[in-house]
Design a binder for this molecule. Structure first.
Ligand code: ADP
Ligand code: MG
Length: 494
């Protein structure tokens, strides 16, 4: 092997340590580890990579440029990196010098202060400990053609185009770690968070990654609803149940989206339980997403709930202003479009509910500007996004829906919100419901009093209290918008 390999290793390790300073070392390692040094001549370094897909990810992440520049710094001479697509398994001896990295670096990702408040019932610490830079397990990736697609998973969901902010950093790093080392640790991974925050994206990014690393892997993605439909259908057919079992138990990775849907469906939970046990025993990676932490899924069998939470639980919070700006910029870049900085700022400041809303705001503005062939000014943006920002100004909404959605969001029932005696938490949920009801309906404070079993002055007090809190609590403003959005979604579904 060329002596240049020593320089190559030094460059990789020093870059890893640099990345560790700002907590981005997991992302770096993930892609740098896809490269295998082959040889170098006076001006070119040849590196092997398993597939065109992996090569493109490395290039898009700028990993090759970083290494190139670091080597230039180290040897005082410039080099370019050239890729050779081949089965890197045979070059395993040239893998990332991970041993030295582990010794030289502090505990990565897991130690970062990015995890949001753990849910009280969730034992965060032990999970965090398992979650570290994975040791290199040489899987045997067969070279994947760039057009090869993982069946059943949208190819656009990748790690590469997932913007990482404080709110999703932990989930992102966990997903990367699992992709790197599926099945053994942190099984299952459960990603939870509100609607439109990137759960499906991250889950599918794991699936795409696993498949592209080794297309022989059987990676199955399914929504909970599809799982249910398949289960019901299978029961009516002769070999149906066995085929259903084979479909989900003979896999290398199983990704089930939106498992809150399993609540109140006992037979389906039994099936999930057995599938879980079979895959867990075989050390096959499972990933679940959910709109709430397992502890809050009241209508789930205890056995299933405990299995869901057995591995690593990570959450995704609402995106911050900075993340929103970065996402807008990226979405524009992907479509080769642009918006002025003040319009981007306006969208980021006002569309705070979730990323799906950000995406639809951008598409709306872009298609409008294309149709009328006009540039989007701030005023036009305000005009065009009116109904995304105030979804319920058009059409009324019933008080029952408001109570139901707000109660549900706080893990309560509508009856809880109307109860005479209430804990602090229930009282607060009720105050939010009252405030939102006042915004979204024509009901007077007296009428609201009837709905919530309270007198007029209690209603007035609730309105004042929430109003004052909203002035200073940005998170609460976001929560309110999220609730309004959920109410609209609920209304649109019925
Ligand atoms: P969820 O499953 O949580 O409801 P999705 O994964 O469907 O949300 O995300 C909604 C949309 O927002 C998708 O188009 C997804 O690609 C995009 N998205 C979510 N999070 C991010 C992110 N961090 N960076 C870029 N796009 C994102
Ligand atoms: Mg989803």
């Amino acid at each position: 092997m060329s002596e240049f390999k020593v320089i190559w290793d030094e460059a990789l390790i020093s870059l890893f340590n640099d990345h560790a300073q700002d907590g981005s070392e997991m992302g770096y390692l993930m892609w740098a580890d896809k490269l295998r040094f082959v040889n170098a001549d006076a001006a070119t370094i040849t590196v092997a990579v398993a597939s065109a897909f992996m090569r493109d990810q490395v290039i898009r992440k700028n990993i090759d440029k970083e290494i190139q520049n670091r080597i230039t710094e180290l040897v005082g001479q410039s080099y370019t990196i050239q890729f050779s697509i081949q089965d890197i398994h045979s070059l395993e001896g040239t893998a990332f010098p991970t041993g030295s990295v582990h010794a030289a670096s502090p505990q990565p990702a897991a130690a970062k202060p990015v995890v949001s408040q753990p849910v009280a019932s969730q034992p965060a610490a032990p999970q965090v400990q398992n979650f570290s830079v994975p040791s290199p397990t040489p899987s045997a990736p067969a070279a994947a053609s760039p057009d090869l697609k993982c069946p059943g998973i949208l190819p656009r969901y990748t790690f590469d185009n997932f913007i990482v902010g404080e709110e999703n950093n932990y989930a992102y790093n966990a997903a990367l770690a699992i992709s790197k080392n599926p099945g053994k640790y942190n099984n299952p991974l459960l990603i939870y968070g509100g609607v439109g925050l990137g759960k499906t994206h991250l889950m599918c990014a794991i699936g795409n990654y696993l498949f592209h690393e080794n297309p022989k892997r059987k990676v199955v993605y399914v929504t909970s609803e599809e799982f249910l439909n398949g289960f019901v259908e299978s029961m009516g057919q002769k070999n149906g149940p066995q085929e259903f079992r084979n479909k989900y138990r003979k896999v290398d990775a199983l990704l089930i989206d939106d498992v809150q849907f399993f609540q109140k469906k006992e037979q389906l939970q039994n099936e999930l339980f057995s599938t879980f046990e079979a895959l867990y025993k075989e050390e096959k990676q499972m990933v679940f997403t959910c709109d709430r932490p397992p502890a809050e899924m009241k209508d789930l069998d205890e056995r299933v709930r405990s299995r869901l939470g057995r591995g690593l639980i990570v959450d995704i919070q609402l995106p911050s202003y900075e993340t929103r700006c970065a996402i807008i910029r990226q979405k524009l870049k992907e479509q080769n479009k642009s918006l002025s900085p003040e319009v981007i700022d306006y969208i980021s400041k006002n569309v705070t509910t979730n990323i799906r809303d950000l995406e639809s705001s951008i598409s709306r503005l872009i298609s409008y500007s294309e149709i009328v062939n006009k540039e989007i000014t701030l005023q036009l943006a305000q005009e065009k996004l009116k109904d995304i920002l105030n979804p319920l100004t058009v059409g009324n909404v019933s008080i029952d829906i408001i109570i139901k959605v707000v109660a549900n969001e706080y893990g309560l029932t509508p009856a809880d919100l109307k109860k005479k005696n209430a804990t602090k938490q229930v009282a607060f949920a009720r105050q939010m419901a009252i405030y939102i009801a006042r915004e979204l309906t024509e009901l007077s404070t007296t009428e609201l009093g009837v709905e919530f079993n309270r007198d007029h002055s209690t209603i007035a007090h609730s309105l004042d209290k929430v109003e004052n809190m909203l002035k200073t609590d940005e998170k609460l403003v976001e929560k309110k918008q999220l609730l309004i959005r959920s109410i609209r979604d609920y209304k649109n579904q019925i």
